[in-house]
Design a protein around this ligand. Structure first.
Ligand SMILES: Cc1cc2nc3c(=O)[nH]c(=O)nc-3n(C[C@H](O)[C@H](O)[C@H](O)COP(=O)(O)OP(=O)(O)OC[C@H]3O[C@@H](n4cnc5c(N)ncnc54)[C@H](O)[C@@H]3O)c2cc1C
Ligand code: SF4
Length: 513
């Protein structure tokens, strides 16, 4: 008689995952499967698939080396049925477990699937909470209850206090302020380069996986090689330590900067490892805080970095589970224009967009400001279909899972959730991109022109967007001067701007932008 069947998902590769607690090596079996259904429900970037399959196989090998009984189903195993439910059916029939244990997933879709398993399989199914986050669902829901507006900043302060991160013994925040963001908006310096990053040698497992991905997913978006991702916890820790030592001190200053040919700048690149479970949020925050306490990194960098993980990441997760499933159906600004091909091909004269798509294609990565203020901003201004834009973000980034992708895309970038995540739209003209990057120097378009053949498309689209949604934004307290500027333009200029925007959208549809 067998014990418990313990299912581990691709983003649950942590030794501390709830599923493995209380494991009986003599009786239990751990099930890990590479299933086609999950690899293809959006056309994931080839690097994302390779990273996850390789990390899953390494994680399985580590468990096996500790004497854990494993049932690992590879994508190309002859009997692989291609889905979680059917694989569990097969395993249940063969192993006859007393019960199935699993940790809650990162997607509502998979949670619904899990809830159907007990009936479908005729075996008790225990769904455990994911304890790798700082805030539980109940805690977030309690915080959100009866609040008119949910603001990350206030949630973040609660988390700082609860976990004593960057806090002083008298209960005050370290340095006297909760947030040093105003110091973190420097434009790039001329010739600025990212510090060198470490790369990892490919193991035999990774080589096998790369071959599999080449054979089965070559029609998906993205460049597979060179492939330098960390795929074990040890390698992910090396990356984290490298970041803390060599990169973190400048993280704050240049957090919003963008430079051609430099996809990483001073960002940590930990999201893929963190989201898959190779790293844990607390250890990252503690290492960052230690760097400040030892005088190695300044407070604006360390507070800014910790805020991303302790504040933003947890807030975003809270929003997702608090508002799903209704959240996924929102389209507050009625954005329905089809996603143009250049999101996949990078074939556009807009240098900023082409460069972001190139980084995304080559690395399954682009940093936050590229995601928000380039591809996100364009999608917002052009009114691109929210579902298509979300599917793109979910597919192309190696750190993308719906719980984190959806509120960032629909809420933060597209203002499509009715202002839950963002209190005003992250809409910007070419002027902002020009200030924060060196992209415009290499562009066919001119960021200082509003109309005419060479005018930066972001400029007219920016105004057209605001005027199209005047009913939503004119009364917004955080945008006091925007409409008074528009009003001062006078009718002729306003007409010319709107005509330019119409032409721009037409060119986009015709593939001429
Ligand atoms: C439209 C859009 C889509 C996004 N989709 C994803 C996604 O699918 N997965 C994902 O992990 N992040 C997503 N983000 C958030 C953010 O862009 C990435 O976490 C970050 O770029 C990852 O790179 P990094 O590890 O170098 O981050 P750093 O800039 O070094 O930041 C450190 C860490 O903070 C966390 N973090 C920072 N900002 C956010 C945020 N807004 N939400 C959640 N965590 C945050 C991440 O874990 C990140 O690793 C998205 C942002 C936007 C605007
Ligand atoms: S000019 Fe406009 S389109 Fe070109 S890089 Fe600058 S912001 Fe982007």
């Amino acid at each position: 008689m067998m014990g418990t069947l313990r299912l581990i998902l691709a983003d649950q590769l942590s030794a501390s995952i709830a599923t493995l607690q209380g494991l009986n090596k003599a009786k239990d079996t751990v099930l890990i499967c590479e299933v086609m259904e999950e690899a293809t429900y959006v056309p994931h970037h080839v690097k994302k698939i390779a990273f996850l399959f390789s990390a899953m196989r390494h994680f399985a090998a580590e468990l096996e080396s500790k004497g854990v009984r494993l049932r690992y189903v590879k994508l190309d195993d002859a009997n692989n049925t291609g889905g979680f439910t059917s694989e569990l059916k097969r395993a249940t029939k063969e192993l006859r477990p007393d019960k199935i244990v699993v940790t809650e997933p990162g997607e509502y879709r998979v949670l619904s699937m899990m809830k159907s398993w007990e009936t479908a399989l005729g075996v008790p199914v225990e769904i455990l909470p994911d304890t790798r986050f700082f805030a539980t669902h109940t805690e977030f829901d309690g915080w959100a209850k009866n609040k008119k507006q949910l603001r990350m900043e206030f949630f973040y302060r609660e988390m700082r206090k609860k976990y004593s991160l960057l806090m002083e013994p008298d209960g005050k925040p370290t340095g006297g302020e909760w947030n040093y963001d105003k110091e973190n908006r420097k434009p790039p310096k001329a010739g600025m380069k990212s510090p060198p990053r470490i790369t990892h040698k490919k193991s035999e497992i990774t080589k096998d996986v790369l071959k599999l991905v080449r054979e089965r997913f070559s029609h998906h978006f993205g460049t597979l090689e060179p492939f330098h991702y960390a795929i074990t916890r040890d390698q992910a820790i090396l990356e984290l330590d490298h970041f803390i030592t060599h990169v973190l001190p400048s993280f704050g200053d240049y957090q919003d900067a963008m430079v051609a040919g430099e996809p990483y700048l001073f960002h940590s690149l930990v999201s893929s490892y963190l989201n898959a479970g190779l790293l844990l949020p607390m250890e990252i925050c503690q290492k960052a805080e230690a760097a400040y306490r030892q005088g190695h990194a300044p407070l604006n960098a360390v507070e800014g970095f910790i805020r991303q993980i302790l504040g933003w990441r947890e807030f975003i997760r809270g929003i997702y589970w608090h508002f799903m499933p209704d959240y996924g159906e929102r389209n507050g600004l009625h954005a329905t224009r089809p996603l143009p091909d250049f999101y996949w091909t990078a074939q556009t004269h807009m240098f900023c967009v082409a460069e972001t798509v190139r980084h995304t294609r080559d690395h399954a990565y682009s940093h936050h400001i590229q995601r928000l203020m380039i591809t996100g901003n364009f999608a917002l201004l052009a009114g691109l279909d929210v579902k298509q834009v979300q599917a793109w973000y979910l597919a192309v980034y190696s750190d993308a899972y719906e719980w984190v992708e959806m509120p960032n895309t629909l809420g933060m970038a597209l203002f499509g959730d009715g202002g839950v995540v963002a209190s005003k739209p992250y809409a910007a003209s070419g002027k902002y991109i020009h200030r924060m990057s060196n992209y415009c120097e290499q562009c066919k378009y001119d960021p200082d022109e509003m109309t005419g053949e060479n005018a930066c498309p972001f400029n007219a689209l920016y105004w057209d967007f605001l005027v199209r949604h005047e009913d939503v934004f004119r009364g917004n307290q955080r945008m006091p001067y925007v409409f008074s500027t528009w009003d001062k333009f006078g009718q002729d200029k306003q007409k010319a701007i709107r005509a330019q925007a119409t032409l721009t959208l037409q060119k986009m549809t015709e593939g001429q932008l």
